[in-house]
Write a protein that binds this ligand. Structure first.
Ligand code: KG4
Ligand code: ZN
Length: 338
């Protein structure tokens, strides 16, 4: 019997979750609204907001799990990658809990946790999970990776973006369209009423399993500039079609490489993860491609796609089983390989 408290504070979400024997009992997320005013995450404001939210968020996670702090067997936290000041809050808070309660401390890699969100099981629900080895396309605000997962804690990045992440491609193009941060979910929403084939944006020519999104961003920038010179109301009059066309291109870039990875490895269990896996077109196109290719496809529940602590708690649980603990001298890292 093992109860793990997971804490996530790598960017602009303060989150806590309790996992017992691999089952998620609670998943609490406080999203920081303060950044909307600035069109992106302001690191200093993120750290302050984490400081304000971390105690109530952890208390609520324990309350929802109906467990007292004394029953927690280990404290898992996001150690890397992320904003250093934001990571510091979760790291030091977890260290304090570990010291005060005399229970082990577990450091979790945020991107590894996104992948393992696909293995989360919910009490009372029959949730299919992938078998090893599996591939995961991890698409978030800061990363775009194809990960080969050999077992819970053995992963290898076999393809990644050379410049912007897929989430950045969504957010930066949304900004060009005058939409507030984060623009990804808004592009998704407007695209629902649009024609994805109305405007054609270029496909990058990148070798192998790597990605590039900066050329797409530049071409959208020039396209919008030229069209609004001709018609100042171009964006307002065509927003759904513009969003649908941008989304169509981003999704096709992602899935072309995912198919290449599946073909070259012969792996049939394929997952997606990270904030962009909440995108409705990506989810549908991924399922459809999976059916055509004979893959077993997996997508985490919506609440486990964007940043959350359930993925930290479940990864913490696998590390707990392996006895992978940290000393109190552990420090957060803004960047770190798996
Ligand atoms: O994984 P995540 O919550 O945080 C990071 O670790 O970065 O991912 C955040 C990213 C943002 O870029 C956001 O715009 C994007 O995920 N995102 C979406 C959608 N929901 C979140 N992008 C497109 N469509 C969505 N529905
Ligand atoms: Zn994330």
């Amino acid at each position: 019997m093992a109860v793990i408290l997971g804490i996530e504070s790598s960017c602009d979400e303060t989150a806590a979750s309790v996992c017992r024997d691999g089952w998620i009992l609670s998943n609490v997320i406080a999203s920081q609204k303060v950044h909307e005013l600035y069109g992106g995450v302001v690191p200093e404001l993120a750290s302050r907001a984490h400081l304000e939210s971390i105690v109530p968020v952890v208390e609520l996670a324990l309350q929802k799990a109906e467990l007292p702090l004394e029953e927690v067997d280990a404290f898992a936290f996001t150690q890397a990658p992320g904003l250093i000041g934001a990571l510091l809050v979760g790291t030091e808070f977890s260290k304090s809990l570990s010291l005060a309660m005399g229970k082990p401390l577990i450091a979790v890699h945020h991107m590894q946790a996104h992948v393992l969100a696909n293995t989360i099981q919910i009490w009372g629900k029959d949730t299919p999970i992938p078998s090893f080895p599996f591939l995961c396309l991890t698409v978030s605000g800061g990363h775009t990776q194809i990960v080969l997962c050999k077992d819970f804690l053995t992963m290898k990045v076999i393809g990644q973006t050379l410049d912007d992440a897929a989430g950045e491609a969504f957010d930066k193009t949304a900004k060009i369209l005058g939409l507030p941060y984060p623009g990804g979910p808004l592009i998704d929403r407007y695209a629902k009423d649009g024609n994805p084939l109305r405007f054609k944006f270029p496909e990058p020519r990148i070798e192998g399993l790597d990605f590039s999104f900066s050329g797409l961003k530049t071409s959208i920038h020039y396209f919008i500039r030229d069209e609004t010179e001709k018609n100042p109301n171009f964006i307002q009059e065509n927003l759904p079609d513009i969003c649908a066309s941008i989304q169509h291109r981003i999704v096709s870039i992602l899935l072309i490489k995912l198919k290449l990875a599946a073909d070259s490895t012969g792996i049939k269990d394929i997952c997606i993860a990270g904030g962009v896996s909440a995108n409705s077109t990506l989810r549908n196109a991924f399922r459809e491609l999976g059916e055509t290719e004979g893959w077993n496809t997996f997508i985490p529940e919506f609440q486990y796609c964007t940043d959350n602590a359930a993925m930290i708690a479940i990864t913490g649980y696998y590390k707990y089983l392996e006895g992978q603990f940290e000393s109190l001298s552990v420090t957060p890292q803004a960047r770190a390989p798996f």
